[in-house]
Design a protein around this ligand. Structure first.
Ligand code: NAD
Ligand code: UGA
Length: 458
């Protein structure tokens, strides 16, 4: 079949693959290829066992793969054939040199820019889909325009706002699609081409356009605002615990104000995921770079409160269990950074498990999708860790349950059966406030939620 356009996604990760899969499913007349330097990842995308768990994704991959959706490791050849390239490579926090621990590490991104330049026999539109510091498009343009000849590259910023666990729905029905471009005739023409792709399935009022720097910055700011809400509610959860208020009631009352809104006000053990912390630190770094230390400190406090919330959780476990965890068995229920994903990047469960092990607790980790990632995250740990998928088997013989992920399945477990299999006194530390605390208390547990009075027999 002759395709009208060749679309290429570079980076077959959590963002690159699902977003290209959605374009393939909505644009059957376009050929969509996703490439990656990681051959195992590409092999997995070509297999029955996809490397990323996302509800609904497998069905769409099955319908499109081999028709107009392809996964390949031949980055250079696919660049040559493409008309529009979405750059979806990882942009982690830098771990070395200037800006270590704060700035974005742009090595993967820059390598891609150079590869595009070296392998382009024709003009192309290059779209930044990765989250990048403001003004990265300018650096991209400078690299791409360093070649000789008449070949031109138009760089657009089209940040991705999908969340893991709901990626398919977020991509199919986005709140908005943001496209930033240069406001020159060529920039505007390139912008129109990208608008035309999204217009296949996104209502026109939800496709918004802006200048390129606004688009780059909006992505960092959106993540910072979301994370800030989580830190705000978590900070108040600490006050609730001191003052006998209930954070769920406070968040409900506050969120009913339509100016504030109800979303992202769930208190817990803090936000995880590969992006919130990285993107805020990147924003903080940019503010310091531009000589705005007060603004930088303001946003940095969002990350500090997130760390404080995890430390508070650990301190509470230790203190409630009579100030010693040595030799006690703790069942960690959930290791993914949120429900409906196997992703454990920056999951609060990693830090909390390490702290439990440092207290010489024995840890049994259960999760329906994240056990293999958990084992990789904790591979360097010397303490006693077991990985048990069945939550009933995981909890048996333990002194405490620590709920780390808001998996729906944990709400529906038979806690009476679990209680009977545990060492007494049995404890629940509900780091996500998802259980029926009163019912668990009535069964016999000592229950420690977040931001609510504990229910204990002592
Ligand atoms: P990821 O690590 O899952 O995927 C990135 C992929 O890029 C990896 O498979 C890596 O092998 C590949 N890669 C790196 N350099 C390459 C190169 N030169 N050529 C080909 N492939 C290369 O990362 P991710 O979670 O998909 O995030 C990617 C970007 O999207 C980041 O900037 C992130 O901030 C942003 N983002 C992520 C999410 C999310 O939910 N994970 C949401 C919105 C935006
Ligand atoms: C987040 C944003 O929601 C996406 O819009 C963005 O595209 C993405 O980051 C990104 O740039 O990577 P994601 O990290 O996948 O998506 O998941 P979220 O639903 O935002 O949850 C992040 C963390 O905050 C999770 O650990 C979650 O448990 C926690 N959270 C969220 C709370 O503790 N309370 C809440 O009320 C909401």
């Amino acid at each position: 079949m002759e395709f009208k356009k060749n679309i290429l996604g570079i980076g077959a990760g959590y963002v690159g693959a699902p977003s290209m899969v959605m374009i393939a499913s909505k644009c059957p007349d376009y050929k969509v290829t996703v490439v990656d330097i990681n051959p195992q990842r590409i092999a997995a995308w070509n297999s029955e066992e996809l490397p990323v768990y996302e509800p609904g994704l497998e069905e769409i991959v099955r319908k499109t793969r081999g028709k107009n959706l392809f996964f390949s490791t031949d980055v250079e050849e696919e660049i040559r054939k493409s008309d529009i390239i979405f750059v979806c490579v990882n942009t982690p926090t830098k771990t070395f040199g200037a800006g270590a621990g704060m700035a974005a590490d742009l090595q993967y991104w820059e390598k891609t820019a150079r590869q595009i330049l070296e392998n382009s026999p024709s003009s192309k539109i290059v779209v930044e889909k990765s989250t990048l510091p403001i003004k990265t498009a300018q650096a991209m343009e400078r690299i791409l325009s360093s070649g000789k000849g008449d070949i031109t590259f138009d760089v657009l910023s089209n940040p991705e706002f999908m969340a893991e666990g709901t990626a398919v729905n977020d991509l199919e029905y986005p709140d908005r699609v943001l496209i930033g471009s240069r406001e020159t005739p060529r920039g505007l023409a390139a912008r129109r081409q990208l608008v035309d792709i999204y217009a296949r399935w996104v209502p026109s009022e939800k496709i918004i356009t802006s200048n390129i720097w606004s688009a780059e910055l909006s992505k960092l700011v959106a993540n910072a605002f979301l994370a800030q809400r989580v830190s705000s509610v978590n900070s108040i959860s600490a006050l609730c615990e001191k003052a006998d208020a209930d954070i769920s009631e406070v968040a409900y009352a506050v969120g009913m104000d339509s100016r504030i809104g109800a979303k992202f006000l769930k208190a817990g053990i803090g936000f995880g995921g590969s992006c919130f912390k990285k993107d805020i630190l990147n924003l903080v770094y940019l503010c310091r770079f531009y000589g705005l230390p007060e603004v930088a400190d303001y946003w940095e406090s969002v990350v500090r409160i997130n760390e404080y919330q995890q430390d508070r959780f650990i301190a509470n476990v230790l203190q409630s269990m009579f100030n010693t965890l040595a030799g006690k068995k703790i069942c960690v229920l959930g290791f993914a950074f949120k429900a409906d994903t196997g992703d454990t990047r920056e999951s609060p469960a990693i830090y909390i498990t390490r702290k439990l092990l440092a207290e010489h607790a024995e840890v049994v980790i259960s999760d329906p999708k994240a056990l293999s990632n958990a084992a990789l995250d904790l591979a360097d740990e010397k303490g006693t860790i077991r990985y048990v998928e069945d939550p009933y088997k995981a909890a048996a013989g333990c002194h405490a349950l620590a709920v780390m992920t808001d998996w729906e399945l944990y709400r529906r477990l038979d806690y009476r059966k679990i209680y009977e299999s545990m060492v007494k006194p049995a404890f629940i530390f509900d780091g996500r406030n998802i259980l029926d605390h009163r019912q668990c208390f009535d069964i016999g547990f000592n229950v420690f939620p977040i931001g609510k009075p504990a229910l204990t027999r002592f």
